[in-house]
Design a protein around this ligand. Structure first.
Ligand SMILES: Nc1ncnc2c1ncn2[C@@H]1O[C@H](COP(=O)(O)OP(=O)(O)OP(=O)(O)O)[C@@H](O)[C@H]1O
Ligand SMILES: [Mg+2]
Length: 317
């Protein structure tokens, strides 16, 4: 594992390839100001962990980004275009998997594609072509289940799978749609420790796929925003940590991003030793979770400045 420096993958960014942007996003419910002026840019291939106190508005921000509950103030943009509705470009996985009990793992994963890419008349009036398309979808679903470590369970029904396996199916279900941005809202929160660790490892493998794609000059396939309340998990799985909190000097207007810095990079085979990052954890606890020290919201927000500095260092050397 490495501490970020100019050559760290998350700072060594070729372009400003921004997938998602929140511009002055605010959300309130009656008198309750939940989000106040959230500004955020997420680049392609980043795996961002979003942490914050319970009730700070993490799920509210995810719903605004998903498009189901657009913000009352400000705007959300994907690839530079503002939107106010859900779209298959954005996928989400929640803490509780929601699989169809009457479909196998493979059918569950293929289901979204079938629904999205074929129309009812096509399914009825062009049945042979539909059958061929469906077989292709099942093949893709099977390949994806192999990738998330469920190759042996393709034909099993949800009732025959453990909680961790169901959650892998739910992630495969989201990945098959090839979303430009995958949102994960405490996806491992209901799982036991060892299952949770194997799913964290799966995220590290997705990041490896990103790095391989980048090295080959191709666009990174996975851009992920994961909400977790586990700081160790945030440090381990992400390449960038975001803190959303109402504990800042203008907190009466709602929570905003008060922490935005690179996270250490772990490879799937690295030992999961997080003790070296205790200092970063302490700062996170103080800046995001403590209501005793209120700082200006920008004090610990430096991710993109660090990217620019790293670019300058590489260009200058
Ligand atoms: N539809 C809604 N109507 C009214 N209030 C809402 C609505 N959705 C969210 N809120 C309020 O917004 C605030 C933030 O809630 P949210 O669920 O986003 O927090 P969170 O950071 O995800 O918390 P947790 O860590 O516990 O999941 C809460 O005060 C909640 O009551
Ligand atoms: Mg939540």
């Amino acid at each position: 594992m490495t501490r970020p420096d100019a050559t760290s993958p998350q700072l060594d960014y070729e372009t400003d390839d921004i997938v998602l942007e929140c511009r002055g996003v605010s959300q309130w419910f009656g008198e309750n100001k939940v989000l106040g002026n959230v500004n955020l840019r997420i680049g392609r291939g980043q795996i961002c962990a979003l942490v914050g106190p319970s009730g700070s508005g993490k799920s509210t921000l995810l719903r605004a980004i998903l498009g189901t509950h657009p913000p009352k103030g400000g705007e959300v943009l994907m690839d530079g275009k503002p939107y106010r509705k859900p779209h298959r470009d954005r996928g989400i996985v929640y803490q509780r998997y929601s699989l169809f009990p009457f479909l196998t793992a493979e059918q569950n994963v293929a289901f979204g594609l079938t629904l999205d890419e074929t129309t009812i008349p096509h399914r009825i009036f062009n049945f042979p072509a539909y059958r061929k398309t469906k077989a292709e979808y099942l093949l893709r679903a099977g390949q994806l289940l192999d990738r998330v470590g469920l190759g042996q369970a393709k034909q099993k029904y949800p009732s025959e799978l453990s909680g961790g396996m169901c959650q892998r199916v739910a992630i495969a279900q989201a990945l098959i749609m090839r979303p430009k941005l995958l949102l994960l809202d405490e996806p491992f929160g209901a799982l036991d420790e060892s299952t949770r660790e194997s799913l964290q490892l799966m995220l590290l493998q997705l990041y490896e796929e990103n790095l391989k794609a980048r090295a080959a000059g191709k666009p990174e396939p996975h851009t992920i925003l994961i909400v977790t309340h586990e700081l160790n998990e945030a440090l381990y799985v992400s390449d960038r940590i975001l803190g959303l909190s109402q504990y800042h000097t203008a907190g009466k207007d709602g929570a905003t991003i008060v922490y935005d810095k690179p996270a250490p990079i772990f490879k799937p085979n690295d030992e999961k030793d997080l003790t070296r990052f205790n200092e970063q954890k302490e700062i996170l606890l103080k800046s995001v979770f403590s209501d005793e020290t209120l700082q200006h919201h920008s004090e610990f927000v430096s991710f993109w400045d660090e990217v620019s500095a790293a670019r300058a260092e590489i260009v200058g050397s």
